[in-house]
Unconditional design. Structure first.
Length: 174
């Protein structure tokens, strides 16, 4: 004979399902996941809106600080949402839960090509060179096509291949 779970056990089960949905562990296959708080796609890219942001082990001030981001405009990838908190990672995979007030929806890129990435006048390999951008530099993303994005950094504006930076997915165009 099966017993019906207690009210407390049902509450824990519902809370577990809600947490799985909030952290994106139960998304249906083939469908885009949407954040439960913002209804925006997960994962998605944002930028840091502060000179300093604590990344915590969990979504709340009572959780331990695991990492501190120290660069306004740094691109971050939002992986999950819970209340006013967003689980984010940087280009190195470091991160944690950050309060949503410290983030904004702008787009930026971190140059990952070594030793530098060429910015070109047009989105093609043979186009004229506009500038060379060193590894680790943060640039603003103005828009993206299939394999290229238009970036601006310190007065220079040009096109970079997506393989040369972190901050846009291969399938993104905007």
């Amino acid at each position: 004979m099966r017993r019906r779970p207690s009210r407390a056990a049902r509450g824990l089960l519902i809370a577990g399902i809600a947490l799985a949905l909030a952290t994106g562990h139960a998304a249906p296959a083939g469908e885009p996941r949407l954040g439960p708080e913002t209804n925006l796609p997960l994962p998605r890219f944002v930028t840091l809106n502060s000179d300093k942001a604590n990344a915590r082990r969990g979504p709340g001030l009572s959780h331990r600080i695991d990492w501190v981001f120290l660069r306004r405009g740094l691109p971050l990838e939002v992986l999950a949402e819970h209340g006013h908190w967003r689980k984010v990672v940087d280009s190195d995979g470091a991160g944690g839960w950050v309060h949503h007030g410290l983030l904004r929806g702008g787009r930026a890129a971190v140059i990952t090509a070594r030793p530098e990435a060429p910015l070109r006048a047009e989105p093609r390999a043979g186009a004229a060179l506009v500038a060379r951008v060193q590894t680790g530099v943060v640039a603003q993303i103005r828009g993206c096509r299939a394999e290229w994005c238009e970036l601006s950094v310190e007065g220079a504006r040009g096109w970079a291949e997506k393989a040369d930076f972190w901050g846009a997915r291969a399938d993104e165009a905007f």
